[in-house]
Design a protein around this ligand. Structure first.
Ligand code: PMP
Length: 416
């Protein structure tokens, strides 16, 4: 079990009142809070080491470069990658996926080729493929979910065929919490000669990740959802793949020799990091990885599995409340979406906020999934290492109040 009270001491933002109550932050699937260690790393870098990287030979430039490249090695170690050079820093998961769609997709897809994805994808794993389909004439094939909110794996098996060039799938749904069997999916896709991209935006922060045992070809995630700063994303690619791809963006840093008409590219991963990167935030992301490494990702997972189970049971004690997605915490993560009967999700969030509890309401950038669930929006509580059972209790108390307020409003309307 995690020493949650000890962990909470590292997060300055958690020690505040919101609307007269202690802040309960349950919006971690959107972005997580940052420990003092990450904030300090950011300040330390600007106070002592700030310089542009790679080009300079003065002391500060060398220090900044070493730290930046050191984080690349930390990322590789964190996800079980063999080579730091297979790790590209981007702005976020969205940019990582767009990089693959442009740099790999444009060169490899022909009219009639198929990209397989699921209806539980985040828009950032849908729109780049729609744009790619428009450019190349490729076709998108969507896999449905089951009634329990899991991927319809038999349908996926049936859809994958000789025309499939890419299967692109979310590892852990940001709405349903569902953990998809990406290892099995990679086997199926590879047997058909297709590549596999895993959207790890919600899995990298919460599960131990080993890209080699997952067997995928691309793995994308964001630092800001795992204690790191905003503005840093990661794209990992199977060894050799990045070398075979043309650059996504052109400019400084990504070239080898520039001639008037044509140029040659730098070695990977620099070929994919045009211009001055987000040096400070990458370096502070290193502190986030150290922090998570100190806790251990297996312990993070254990904590969240327990807390997700507690949250699901507590939420379902509210009459009529529907939890979307698998109910078994072993099969899911800590993003728990739900619908409260008779109360619009935005009203739920507003009332809950008046109790100091931060949850999300909306379509969660998953409109295809909302349509499939036949709801305009849901509420979502999402957990992390600093959350406690008593915070779930505070949420449930606030939800009871929301249902009481709306029941009273309903009865008044009925009398009139
Ligand atoms: N995929 C999933 C599953 C997500 O939850 C998110 C963030 N909500 C993204 C992709 C996009 O991440 P970012 O906004 O950091 O690019």
């Amino acid at each position: 079990m995690l020493d949650v009270e000890r962990i909470r001491e590292d997060f300055p933002i958690l020690h505040q009142q919101v609307n007269g109550r202690p802040l309960v932050y349950l919006d971690n699937a959107a972005t997580t809070q940052k420990p003092r260690q990450v904030i300090d790393a950011l300040v330390r870098y600007y106070e002592t080491d700030n310089a542009n990287i790679h080009r300079g030979i003065h002391a500060l430039a060398v220090r900044a470069t070493e730290q930046y490249e050191g984080v690349r090695a930390k990322v590789a170690a964190h996800i079980g990658a063999a080579n730091p050079s297979d790790v590209v820093f981007t702005r976020n998961t969205t940019e990582s996926i767009n990089l693959v769609a442009r740099a790999w997709g444009d060169a490899n897809l022909r009219p009639g080729d198929e990209v397989v994805l699921s209806i539980m994808e985040h828009h950032s794993n849908i729109i780049p493929w729609q744009q790619l389909a428009k450019r190349t004439g490729a076709v998108l094939r969507y896999v449905d979910i089951t009634g329990e909110g899991e991927l319809a794996i038999d349908q996926l098996r049936a859809i994958i065929g000789p025309r499939t060039k890419l299967v692109t799938i979310v590892h852990m749904s940001n709405v349903l919490g569902t953990i998809n069997p990406v290892g099995d999916i990679a086997e199926m896709a590879h047997a058909a000669g297709a590549l596999v991209l895993v959207d790890g935006a919600q899995s990298a922060p919460h599960l131990p990740i080993d890209v080699r045992s997952l067997g995928c070809d691309f793995f994308a995630f964001s630092a800001h959802k795992m204690l790191g700063p905003t503005g840093v994303g990661v794209l990992w690619a199977r060894p050799g793949l990045l070398e075979s791809m043309d650059p996504f963006l052109g400019g400084g840093e990504m070239i080898s020799i520039v001639r008037p008409e044509e140029s040659t590219w730098a070695e990977v991963p620099h070929k994919f990091e045009a211009g001055t990167p987000n040096i400070a935030d990458v370096i502070a992301f290193g502190a986030a990885l150290d922090y998570l490494g100190g806790i251990g990702m297996a312990n993070v997972r254990r904590h969240e599995e327990h807390l997700a189970g507690y949250a699901i049971d507590a939420l379902r004690s509210i009459e009529g409340l529907k939890v979307h997605g698998p109910l078994d915490p072993e099969r899911r993560g800590g993003a728990v979406s739900f619908s409260v009967p008779g109360v619009h999700p935005h009203d739920v969030s507003t009332i809950v906020d008046s109790y100091g509890v931060a949850i999300r309401a909306g379509h969660h950038c998953a409109q295809l999934l909302m349509r499939r669930l036949q709801v305009p929006a849901t509420n979502r509580a999402s957990l992390y290492i600093y959350n406690r059972e008593q915070e779930i209790d505070a949420l449930v108390e606030a939800l009871h109040e929301a249902t009481r307020i709306f029941a009273r409003a309903d009865s008044r309307t009925a009398v009139r």
